[in-house]
Ligand binder design. Structure first.
Ligand code: 17E
Ligand code: FE2
Length: 409
């Protein structure tokens, strides 16, 4: 197959795909007899979008059995604990199957999902493990064992984490800011770092998701990553307390973060909703320091976090909305910052997920790509361009008609 006349990194090109991989990339490719040709009409091609942080187990549960009335993270955890009692494997699979198809229609082909393992039956985890296999042809799903109610503060928390490792998760989480004490926070991070080092799993911690400037799980996580040589296999998600750190502390911390080589995920939509809730005025945005981390050469990606659940009553899974909001909230609207901002949900996210050579539009790699109804990312972002086609190993897996507006005056 030849995909003719698309724009790749600013230049017009064609793509040749055979046996599910890119075999040639360059202008004016000549079709062999019988070779299929797809017209690109000068549209933008990107590697697929990557959802680097979402909670698939809770999607589409908003209001059931009760809505989150305060809009806080902590009420969300209480509401979810109520809904968790009713989980069945069939319920989780039905909701996630719907959402994964919606994500796919927005060009997402890789998802890292956190799954709550503070449930002695591990129901949601069992459901997600089945879906990871069933959907692998169309969606790569990474599963993080996420201890929503704590590792040291939840009865049997460490055993549940070990059980999740045995069932086959991809990564280990933690939630230091929710543990009862600072000591438990440190102990939970040491536990996870050692378990990851011995099991070879990745780490992705819900780290300091609170407006408390004294919440400093991140320095422990980064230190363990540095000392154990885990570096890029470790991710710190949310890190909203960093918004409130004093600049003297942040300056010292930045040296360690750079040395450690860990990744960051910011969830700018959901954290502007959840954070600052104990403030009167001024109200903090509570989004981590994306601009400063990026300028220091540290890898940051963006996630949606939630779709219609106790922490976010809205959300579609369209990562364009996350980038759009993220750029405003982090004040990263310089021309160049906008122009390459898809990286927060493409290449930077690929690094967070440790996708390596499984990702990217290069000869010899899997022919996974999306075609947008725009000639540039700048326009695609601004005009909310649809993904007209999402290709997985060279196969068209979703198709959307371009929007055509007629003004009748
Ligand atoms: N759980 C949590 O601890 N933090 C979040 N942002 C979500 C779930 C969505
Ligand atoms: Fe989260």
């Amino acid at each position: 197959m030849i995909v003719r006349d698309v724009r790749l990194e600013g230049a017009a090109t064609d793509l040749r795909v055979a046996d599910g991989v890119f075999t040639e990339i360059g202008p004016d490719l000549v079709a062999t007899p019988g070779e299929e040709i797809v017209e690109g009409h000068g549209r933008l091609v990107l590697p697929p979008f990557i959802e680097s942080h979402i909670h698939l187990d809770s999607v589409l549960t908003a209001g059931d059995p009760e809505p989150n009335r305060s809009g806080t993270l902590f009420e969300g955890i209480e509401r979810w604990a109520q809904r968790k009692e009713k989980l069945t494997v069939a319920d989780v699979k039905e909701r996630v199957n719907r959402v994964v198809r919606q994500q796919a229609s927005f060009g997402v082909q890789f998802v890292r999902t956190h799954v709550d393992v503070t449930d002695p039956s591990l129901t949601a985890l069992r459901a997600l493990l089945e879906l990871r296999d069933e959907l692998s042809d169309v969606m790569t799903i990474q599963i993080v064992a996420f201890p929503q109610e704590g590792i040291c503060s939840f009865p049997g928390g460490k055993d549940l984490m070990r059980e999740a490792v045995g069932l086959g998760v991809d990564a280990l989480g933690a939630i230091p800011h929710f543990e009862f004490t600072r000591e438990y926070a440190v102990d939970s991070l040491n536990f996870v770092a050692e378990l990851a080092a011995e099991s070879g799993l990745l780490i992705d911690v819900h780290c300091d998701e609170i407006d408390d400037e004294a919440s400093r799980g991140l320095e422990t996580l980064a230190t363990r990553a540095y000392e154990l040589g885990l570096g890029g296999r470790v991710t710190a998600s949310h890190t909203t307390a960093m918004h409130s750190y004093n600049n003297a502390y942040f300056t010292r911390l930045l040296r360690l973060l750079t040395m450690s080589g860990i990744n960051f995920v910011s969830n700018p939509v959901v954290n502007t909703h959840l954070q600052g809730r104990t403030d009167t005025y001024p109200k903090r945005r509570g989004v981590t320091r994306v601009k400063e981390l990026t300028e220091a050469g540290i890898n940051v990606s963006f996630g949606q976090d939630d779709i219609c659940d106790p922490w976010n009553p809205l959300g579609t899974g369209n990562l364009r909305d996350v980038v759009f909001t993220g750029l405003y909230v982090t004040q990263m609207l310089g021309h160049d910052q906008i122009a390459d901002s898809h990286r927060f949900v493409t290449t930077n996210a690929a690094r967070t997920l440790n996708l390596g050579e499984a990702y990217g539009i290069e000869v010899g790699r899997p022919a996974n790509f999306v075609v947008l109804d725009a000639g540039s990312w700048y326009d695609a972002l601004n005009w909310n361009a649809v993904v007209v086609g999402s290709y997985r190993a060279g196969r068209l897996i979703t198709r959307t008609e371009p929007v055509r507006r007629e003004v009748l005056f």
